[in-house]
Design a protein around this ligand. Structure first.
Ligand code: F42
Length: 148
């Protein structure tokens, strides 16, 4: 089922704008990171404290139908807050262009994490710089379909 309730937009204007353009165009515009041409997906998730509907653009890292959510936040010392949302309620909806799927987020570690980290850096090389910038281990979640 969809994640319904009150949508409370990001406190970051550029993020709010990207979500508005992406969703407002049915996933045909606003689907890249500024002018980099690098693909972005939107992950709708449930606020861990407020229960609000949150919409989080993330770089598109996909492999055999699964996606990766990378809690990089530009290499900031603290995790992005959506990490705590996914840890509390792993049910998310992912939009990739015009397509959306119900997904379940699963935080990964060890060898599985290493394999996905390679895919993430291949898709978006700045992730490697972000990890060098901070001594927190950037959290990774695999998003797996719950609906075909
Ligand atoms: N961020 C990444 O971490 N990785 C990416 O790959 C990435 C790509 C990307 C591409 C395009 C784009 O426009 C943005 C992109 N971002 C990427 C930024 C991303 O969308 C987030 O803005 C960023 O990661 C910060 O996430 P955040 O969840 O900390 O967002 C802040 C700005 C925010 O919206 N805060 C709100 C607020 O009111 O402070 C709500 C946060 C929230 O979800 N609160 C929870 C609640 O209950 O509602 C409580 C959480 C808790 O337990 O404390």
């Amino acid at each position: 089922m969809a994640i319904d309730g009150e949508y409370v937009p990001s406190t970051a204007q550029w993020v709010r704008d990207q979500v508005d353009e992406y969703e407002g165009s049915g996933g045909t515009a606003g689907t890249t990171l500024r002018d980099t041409g690098m693909a972005v997906v939107i992950v709708t998730n449930r606020g861990a404290k407020t229960g609000a509907v949150r919409k989080t653009p993330l770089m598109r890292v996909e492999h055999e139908g699964d996606y990766l959510a990378v809690g990089s936040k530009g290499g900031a010392p603290e995790n992005p807050l959506w990490v705590y949302n996914l840890r509390k309620d792993p049910h998310v909806v992912l939009q990739d262009g015009p397509q959306t799927w119900e997904m379940t987020a699963r935080e990964i570690t060890g060898e599985e994490r290493a394999a996905w980290w390679e895919r993430a850096v291949a898709a978006y090389p700045p992730y490697a710089d972000y990890q060098r910038k901070t001594d927190r281990l950037i959290p990774l979640f695999v998003l797996e379909r719950t609906t075909p």
